[in-house]
Design a protein around this ligand. Structure first.
Ligand SMILES: Nc1ncnc2c1ncn2[C@@H]1O[C@H](COP(=O)(O)OP(=O)(O)OP(=O)(O)O)[C@@H](O)[C@H]1O
Ligand SMILES: Cc1ncc(CO)c(N)n1
Length: 265
């Protein structure tokens, strides 16, 4: 049977992040993609101009009907803009027993615009983090989750331990926000650390890197790969998408999700 993955996230009108990045990633990686849209953002490569949240029960119902009808091998969460949405998603994950859940604890867009209400961050920590099979914070998000400053790889390891203790079974702490010619992501499974190092590509076109990575992990989990293998394969897919990124728009341009098909150069 074709692997089935669900993204629970916000819509990005510019097509580079959110639901759109997730569906492109699922498709190119050979996975049947489904969506539960949480918010609609009026967004381009420069900024986020407006956010309209869907009613929490509509978010819950989208998850319910696809789980009951089609079935879900793995799911990911992206933008969950407020505590009501967070709670509805947590309830659905529990009710429909979604085990392979990738949590991207989205707090801000690359432009700096907030995507989760400041006062509702604790709800994400209490309700969603403990349901995560793997959580994929960037540095600012990890700082929010663990409560201390992260400046180097040693701090990243400490942060992984702290975030693991919040109930996430695996932690992938992304190092894109720490300067250097090599980007280091740290994977922690509660016992072992794996350092994932890749050359930093010199480009401003990095809109949606986090969404794309978590969607790719979700896709490889849907295919039945073990966690570490899924993360490494997802990181390789992401590297190609950044290497071939698209110089579109006036801000942070999008990645080339289709690089594996070689239809765009
Ligand atoms: N310039 C770059 N070259 C190569 N890889 C990068 C680069 N920037 C980020 N990455 C990788 O992209 C992934 C996402 O990292 P980052 O820390 O930027 O997440 P993010 O802030 O959540 O992204 P976004 O907010 O754009 O979705 C990580 O695997 C990181 O190593
Ligand atoms: C809808 C949406 N989700 C996530 C991100 C994070 O990149 C974004 N910019 N927009």
């Amino acid at each position: 049977m074709v692997p089935r993955a669900l993204t629970i996230a916000g819509s990005d009108s510019s097509g580079g992040a959110g639901i759109q990045a997730d569906l492109k990633t699922f498709t190119v990686l050979g996975v049947y993609g489904m969506t539960a849209i949480t918010s609609i953002t009026v967004q381009n490569t420069v900024g986020v101009y407006r956010v309209v949240d869907l009613p929490p029960e509509v978010v819950y119902e989208q998850i319910r009907v696809v789980c009951e009808d089609i079935g879900v091998d793995s799911a990911k969460t992206g933008m969950l803009s407020n505590a009501h949405t967070v709670k509805a998603v947590a309830r659905a994950v529990r009710d429909f027993k979604i085990e392979k859940l990738v949590v991207d604890p989205v707090m801000r867009a690359k432009s700096g615009d907030p995507l989760l209400r400041l006062h509702d961050r604790h709800t994400l920590i209490e309700e969603i983090v403990p349901l995560a099979y793997i959580i994929t914070p960037n540095i600012p998000e990890a700082q929010e989750l663990c409560g201390f400053e992260i400046k180097n790889v040693e701090d990243m390891k400490e942060a992984c331990i702290s975030i693991h203790s919040l109930g996430a079974r695996n932690v992938l702490l992304k190092g894109g926000h720490i300067e250097g010619s090599v980007v280091v992501d740290v994977l922690y499974d509660g016992k072992e650390f794996t350092m994932i190092e890749r050359p930093r590509i010199n480009t401003k076109n990095t809109h949606g890197t986090g969404c794309t990575l978590s969607a790719a992990i979700c896709a490889f989990l849907a295919k039945g790969l073990p966690l570490k293998e899924a993360v490494l394969k997802a990181r390789d897919y992401l590297q190609g998408a950044v290497e071939n990124s698209l110089n579109l728009g006036k801000g942070h341009g999008p990645l080339n999700h289709m690089w594996t098909l070689r239809t765009l150069t």
